[in-house]
Write a protein that binds this ligand. Sequence first.
Ligand code: NAD
Length: 458
Amino acid sequence: MSSLLDQLHAMRRYFETGVTKPYAYRKQQLLALKKVVEENEQAIYDVLHADLKKSKEESWVTENGFFMAELKDTLSNLKNWMEPQAVPTNLLNLPSSSKIVQEPLGVVLVIGPWNYPFQLLFTPLMGAIAAGNCVVLKPSEFAPATAAIMQKIVEACFTPEQVLYIPGDGATVIPEMMNHFSFDHVFYTGSTSVGKIIYKMAAEKLTPVTLELGGKSPCVVEADANISVAAKRIAMPKYSNAGQMCVAPDYVLVHESKKNELIEALKKAIPNMYGVDASKTDGYGKIINEKQFNRIITYLTDGTIVYGGKYNAADLYIEPTIIDGVNIDSKIMKEEIFGPILPILTFNTMEEAKAIIAHNPNPLAFYIFTSSNEKEKAWIDAVPAGGVCVNAASVHLMNPHLPFGGRGFSGTGAYHGKYSFDTFSHKKSVMKSFTWFDPALKYPPFNGKLKLLKWMLG
Ligand code: NAD
């Protein structure tokens, strides 16, 4: 433990030399990371297949390719993002000039989950480096093959003062670090329950946090939606990575009049994408471990299975499944499913649907399928969610121009693209006042100056 603390203090001293601040340093670090990730492309596919049975194509879109796109976007824009931003100065403070300077935070801790183990650790790492920080990386212990390759990549690119890789049991190593060392920021992706533990530890030292949490992301299908398109766009992210996706549609709320049509369209879409027997489809994932498998299969008894329902513990396989007749008070409607089971609920009025959504407030994402602009607007206004897709699900996170994050129960803060740079930078306000004009108005006594002060402050 003392050696870990020694390493953290060495990082702090390294950061305080100021070496991480210049653009040239940051760019060189990002290019080094890019090169080694590229060199390890095949190895990354192999470990993601070993941990989660991901295909190469899925890995590229959601893991290393996603990361590369963010990295290239950052490299093209970083110089510009780092520029101080000139802002106007108000009348009261004239003559002065004002600007916002982007300052690195210091030594930051990035904690990752197992479901997109590469992307969800390396994308915030990239944002933290771009912003000029030293970074401690804690991968999930439940995707061990990916954790090992990421360690190899990090150690090939960086010294331990620059980026320190700390694998192992989160419940042990994270408190060891957070309770004895003051990080300048903690960026956590994972479950809401562990997020609360992280938030409490951070609060003890007033450490700022970004919390990228989970939750139940609802998917509303209105009567006027294009049902066959909706079915495909729900099925794709729901069963991708065997449902182990933070922004997967958790459950569907379909207008009563379209329920049967939607179920029939889903029954057509699922085998087209994941095979008639998904256990034999290489592009269909496996559940990460026995604990998660045992949790997910208990949901199968919370309703009537209308599609799928088969599972096999030896292969950690759960078939893409649709269930009907689900009670709002059942376990599957209280917990994040995080597996390939899709409950279909119905509504007749927007109020009814809103009441169901309100049982699990502040979803990470909210999806609305409709062809009506009025309904689209009404739904966007109605649900306080981290992000929204209209006539799509989960894809908003692929656009680096949109901030990605939750609100309230689904998290705090956001990242991707410039928002990652902002998350890991402090916006330092700088006002420079000139001395050639120094009116008496600025100094006491202020008696009799009220009218003038009111005018100057607007
Ligand atoms: P998790 O909370 O179990 O683990 C996340 C990290 O926390 C791991 O690195 C783990 O080692 C560490 N950890 C575990 N217990 C700890 C403890 N007691 N003290 C300190 N650290 C501890 O989450 P998970 O199971 O890996 O991921 C699944 C969850 O993450 C789901 O809820 C999902 O919705 C959410 N998630 C959110 C996003 C997002 O971007 N918002 C992305 C992916 C996953």
